[in-house]
Design a protein around this ligand. Structure first.
Ligand code: NAD
Length: 476
């Protein structure tokens, strides 16, 4: 097979940034200031485990502090390196700007395979890593707020929050030092599934615009669309589950570390997930064809391809063979800049990462606000809202009695209308609104400018112009 020389992840992000900036009118020098990563801290620390000291390497990159705190996940993976966290930190800056979450961009990572360690060992490692970052203000409610990413989840975020609280015993806002915490530990309803939910909301919004759907050579709604998902982790699982259960999409392919499952009639996402949890992979799943070469399924015909695992999986080596007319980047950076060029020329529509997976940071923003306000969303208004709705229902019931058989109040209306919104409903509504508005902002640029041919360039232009405005307001 031919060897293709690809730029690094950070270079890929810069190439995409440069393509957008070339179409913008930005003050001389400001473009470079925005593009570069402000700082990257590397830490090597030791933890005594299994009767010896193990040394771990971790990073926290801060891309832009035009707004603070800066925000971005912490990833646990063996492939974590400086280039990767810097690329991801830059994407966080643009992502936050795009969905109007008032944060700069940051990202962290630890070179570790979490499957190599038991829970107690992982806690010791996480606490030590957190300690190293906290003492340098690289975790702080006002300066730098991490969240989960690949290989981390609620459990790790709870350890980090507790570590911060132990080191800052009088900080009343300590819980806001990290998001993605468990609900009983300062978390918010709906955060675990937020990124996958955001992918669903992004696709729903895309399908509300028939001309955009037609640009991808598709028509109709999400109902019956064939979807292939790579990575059935937090993001991929929730996106696939919701698209199947709520929008009627058919999940025809699931690609995991150990190969892929394929079934033209549609896979049972829940059953596959359970199988992965029990067996550590998809191999052996009884109700579908298994192929050991997952990459093959990436190139299989479908309507929507959702890469939700790693960066760089669609690259110069396979872009030509990708058959999906619509790709939604649930993962960060799954399509390299070179592959993006090829796919664009082929007419493939790509819903870019900085928008597609912004649901996570959006709900993290809500969690941070909740932590700072020290009250659950909806706690004050819910019953008052119900009481006001009851006034209307009482009047309608009076009318019902008066009109007799001619009209009657449907019991399900009464039940639905009376109920005040709880935190989960408010979070979903805020996420839906955010995803809709951000898409509309991007498509306005996509369709409104002759020189912008794709959603990614439009998203970069939208995000960069907001960062520029922020710098201008500061007078830098
Ligand atoms: P995760 O660790 O929960 O899941 C990743 C999944 O990908 C796992 O099931 C893993 O087995 C699978 N995988 C790993 N290597 C693979 C390979 N070579 N081929 C196929 N599958 C493979 O991680 P996640 O949180 O779902 O994150 C996935 C992507 O989404 C990352 O790019 C991350 O940066 C991005 N993202 C996550 C969030 C979030 O809230 N968790 C938010 C925004 C973006």
């Amino acid at each position: 097979m031919a060897e293709f020389k690809e730029p690094t992840f950070r270079e890929n992000v810069d190439l995409m940034f440069n393509r957008a900036v070339a179409l913008m009118d930005i003050a001389p020098g400001l473009e470079e200031k925005i593009r570069v990563v402000n700082s990257t801290y590397t830490v090597r620390f030791g933890v005594r485990l299994r009767d010896r000291i193990h040394t771990f390497t971790g990073y926290r990159a801060v891309h832009s502090e035009h707004l603070e705190p800066v925000k971005g996940g912490i990833r646990y993976a063996t492939a974590v390196n400086q280039d990767e966290v810097e690329a991801l930190a830059a994407l966080m800056t643009y992502k936050c700007a795009l969905v109007e979450a008032p944060f700069g961009g940051s990202k962290g990572g630890l070179c570790i395979d979490p499957r190599d360690w038991n829970e107690h060992e992982l806690e010791l490692i996480t606490r030590r890593f957190a300690y190293e970052l906290i003492k340098r203000d690289l975790i702080d409610p006002a300066q730098n707020v991490p969240a989960p990413d690949m290989g981390t989840g609620e459990r790790e975020m709870a350890w980090i929050a507790d570590q911060y609280a132990r080191m800052n015993t009088t900080d009343i806002n300590s819980r806001a030092c990290v998001t993605g915490k468990p609900l009983n530990n300062g978390g918010i309803a709906g955060r675990v599934e937020a990124t996958g939910r955001g992918v669903q909301f992004a696709l729903r919004e895309f399908f509300r615009h028939p001309e955009d759907v037609a640009a991808a050579g598709l028509d109709g709604t999400l109902e019956g669309k064939r979807v292939i998902v790579q990575g059935l982790g937090n993001v991929g699982y929730h996106a696939a589950k919701f698209l199947h259960e709520e929008d009627g999409a058919r999940i025809t392919g699931i690609i995991e570390r150990d190969g892929a499952l394929f079934d033209e009639k549609g896979l049972d996402v829940e059953a596959v997930r359970e199988w992965i949890v029990r067996h550590g992979g998809v191999a052996g799943f009884p109700d579908a064809a298994h192929t050991a070469d997952g990459a093959e399924v990436l190139e299989t015909e479908c309507d929507i391809l959702i890469p939700a695992a790693l960066e760089g999986v669609i690259n110069l080596g396979n872009a030509d063979r990708i058959k999906a007319p619509l790709i939604i980047e649930a993962a960060n950076g799954p399509v390299t800049a070179g592959a993006d060029d090829i796919l664009r020329r082929k007419g493939v529509v790509i819903i870019p990462d900085m928008y597609a997976n912004a649901g996570g940071v959006t709900v993290s923003y809500f969690e941070w606000v909740k932590n700072l306000s020290h009250i659950r969303f909806g706690r004050l208004q819910r019953r008052q809202e119900e009481a006001r709705h009851k006034l209307v229902v009482d009047e309608l019931e009076r009318l019902d009695r008066y009109l007799g058989d001619a009209w009657s109040l449907r019991p399900e209306f009464k039940q639905k209308y009376l109920r005040g919104a709880d935190e989960l409903e408010l979070v979903r509504s805020g996420l839906d609104d955010t995803m809709r508005i951000a898409y509309q902002d991007i498509r306005e640029i996509w369709h409104g400018r002759e020189d912008v041919a794709d959603l990614r360039t439009a998203a970069y232009i939208c995000a960069i112009s907001r960062v520029v405005a922020s710098y201008r307001a500061k007078g830098i």
